[in-house]
Write a protein that binds this ligand. Structure first.
Ligand code: ZN
Length: 396
């Protein structure tokens, strides 16, 4: 017998039926129902670029001894020290805390980009398990890089991308950290692996001017042109940021069928600029780049910054994430319509009453179904203290 769920009727009389994880026109007889007459059915939100590994940062991450003055220093003094200090327990606690909060805020799919240089093998299984346990849809990859241990590190990162345990909720991508931390050989290998696995590359592109300068030093017009000419970017590839791409480059990425992902809060926080040229792309989704996956908060920041920068193209970005995720799961891109992924939320008085992911209830009556937020938070706080101690011992 197939697993089915009928959500609704809601306040407006709307119903959505999900069978085997996908929306169907009509529920089969004897389908379990989830009435929500005081709420409103809506599509679950998609966070199209994030980092589960940073999930403990909210629990008191101490500032670096030397305040960073630019983007590279932010990476070197904060995030590249945190990722080197991660072990399995800390990563698991970070992922569970991040995923739980995302579900409770109505986000039903995460596109993650992971790095933990001292825990490469098996790291994606930890993330997949956290998502499966709590009921989150996710696209996972290891962001291959050479910045710590050279090409061998990148080879191991790409190999880890092969190990994503695909399921109804989880699929793999092939990750590259960014053009400026990998050799031509690694860029080529990522493209080949993505073709072999039938997936696409997920990579940071032109987040800061430093990425552009590096690609130019290597003899390319920029990081986008470098990755295109080395065969890494098949249609559907996911390019995070694009802050320092020009209009022609954004149009080029669009023509190649790539997705661009705008992360306005992160870009503002890192002072790398506003991704103004993204208005020239057809496929732009919204991500949080490690900030909590509360997409209403991210979208509010997007609209605030778009108004400041005269960007009239911001409105469809949150919804565009459905198309990105549907592509990777082979589903229809129009949320809630037959053939779409069964990712549905019920909102009530500005809160998320229920969240259904792939037809499975992940949040019911404002609480996680398969976890206890207070216990998840307590574990996260304990692991965070341990992580800050280890991070303090990682050389600046
Ligand atoms: Zn990122």
């Amino acid at each position: 017998m197939s697993a089915s769920l009928l959500i609704g009727p809601d306040r407006a009389g709307r119903t959505v039926a999900v069978v085997d994880g996908v929306v169907v026109p009509e529920a089969p007889p004897d389908t379990r129902s989830l009435p929500c007459t005081t709420g409103e059915i809506a599509p679950g939100a998609v966070c199209a670029h994030t980092h589960l590994y940073s999930g403990l940062a909210r629990h008191g991450m101490p500032p670096p001894a030397l305040p960073p003055e630019n983007f590279l220093q932010i990476l070197e003094r904060v995030w590249w020290r945190l990722d080197r200090a991660l072990d399995a327990e800390a990563l698991r606690a970070a992922a569970r805390d991040y995923v739980a909060r995302a579900l409770l805020s109505g986000t039903t799919a995460l596109v993650d980009h992971h790095e933990s240089p001292h825990l490469i093998e098996g790291s994606l299984a930890i993330l997949a398990q956290a998502c499966e346990e709590l009921g989150m849809r996710a696209l996972l990859c290891y962001g291959a890089t050479e910045r710590n241990f050279g090409e061998e590190e990148a080879r191991r990162g790409l190999a880890e991308c092969r190990r994503v345990p695909a399921s109804q909720l989880v699929r793999g991508l092939v990750g590259l950290h960014a053009s400026f931390t990998v050799s031509d050989r690694t860029v080529r290998a990522a493209g080949e692996l993505a073709r072999e696995l039938g997936t696409v590359v997920h990579v940071h592109v032109a987040e800061d001017g430093a990425d552009v300068e590096d690609a130019r030093r290597r003899g390319f017009a920029g990081p986008l042109e470098r990755m295109l000419s080395l065969g890494a970017l098949a249609p559907g590839s996911i390019l995070a940021h694009g802050v320092h791409l020009g209009p022609e480059q954004v149009a080029l990425a669009s023509d190649q069928g790539c997705w661009l992902v705008h992360n306005p809060r992160s870009n503002e926080g890192n002072r790398v600029g506003y991704a103004a040229a993204l208005r020239h792309a057809g496929r732009v989704a919204l991500g949080t780049d490690g900030w909590e996956a509360d997409m209403a908060a991210e979208e509010a920041a997007l609209f605030r910054l778009a108004a400041v920068h005269g960007d009239g193209a911001a409105r469809g970005r949150l919804a565009a994430g459905h198309g990105l995720v549907a592509e990777r799961f082979g589903a229809s891109p129009a949320p809630l319509a037959p053939g779409a992924l069964g990712d549905v939320v019920v909102r009530e008085d500005g809160r998320v009453r229920h969240a259904v992911v792939g037809g499975r209830l992940a949040v019911q009556d404002f609480r996680l179904v398969a976890g206890d937020m207070a216990a998840i938070e307590a574990t996260a706080q304990r692991e965070a203290s341990r992580l800050w101690e280890r991070m303090a011992r990682v050389a600046q």
